[in-house]
Design a protein around this ligand. Structure first.
Ligand code: ZN
Length: 241
């Protein structure tokens, strides 16, 4: 799958004139630093739709639609991000450059997506174990004793690792390989779950995707000695990030 170079996306963002763009859909009238007009997203008789060329954004106070030029095109033309960039590039005569992608790069990207999916499913699994299993009781009491209410714990998607090969077994049933479990930092060399009876704090990136966990010891017989350990470093998880 072709990917537009980031530099090209930046040029499109800088070049797209949101007033000229919107005027292709509705008539605008200048009002101070803004432009106002009838909203192209909903039926109205008096204008509640405004465009701010300084901010490069639009906003409708009638229906609540708002965003930048890309969002405008995505919504009105029903396009995804790449489609919207291509539309704007065409409209404002910006030549686009695409990343070359080899079959090997495509394979690597698919593999990373599988690891993200695996970590997402593991996070849900650990959450369920914390909240819905009898073995979660001790961990729930611990959280309560630390003044951490259920709502905030659920917001941060805290979980509990059962240990053994419980997670590994479930993931294998769902078609994930031992190699993928290792690459996601979820199993040890012997193929058992890496985390054992630990309270887990998912570590997510800017896009909200879980990349690893920080794990707090709850039991004295924990084979990982340290009070806190992180996921082992792997393809998606590096401590420096
Ligand atoms: Zn509207």
């Amino acid at each position: 799958m072709a990917r537009i170079k980031d530099e090209s996306v930046e040029v499109v963002k800088a070049t797209a004139d949101i007033v000229a763009l919107v005027e292709g859909y509705t008539r605008l009238r200048k009002s101070g630093a803004r432009f106002v007009g009838l909203c192209p997203f909903h039926q109205e008789k008096t204008p509640s739709f405004g465009v701010s060329p300084d901010r490069g954004s639009f906003k409708c106070f009638g229906c609540g639609e708002g965003g930048d030029a890309i969002a405008f095109v995505e919504k009105l033309e029903n396009l995804d991000f790449v489609g919207a960039i291509e539309f704007l590039a065409d409209r404002f005569n910006v030549p686009l450059e695409y990343e070359e992608s080899s079959p090997e790069q495509d394979r690597q990207r698919r593999q990373r997506e599988r690891l993200f999916a695996l970590l997402e499913q593991a996070t849900s699994f650990y959450e369920r174990h914390l909240w819905d299993s009898p073995r979660g009781e001790a961990a729930r009491s611990y959280l309560e004793s630390r003044g951490l209410g259920e709502e905030v714990c659920r917001d941060y998607r805290l979980g509990l690792a059962p240990g053994g090969a419980t997670l590994a077994g479930k993931a294998r049933e769902k078609g994930f390989t031992a190699q993928e479990l290792g690459a996601a930092g979820l199993v040890n060399r012997r193929g058992n779950d890496y985390f054992n009876g630990r309270l887990l704090f998912p570590l997510a990136d800017a896009r909200g995707r879980v990349r690893g966990f920080q794990a707090r010891k709850l039991r004295e017989d924990d084979p990982l000695r340290a009070k806190y350990v992180n996921s082992p470093e792997g393809e998606l998880f590096r401590k420096g990030d």
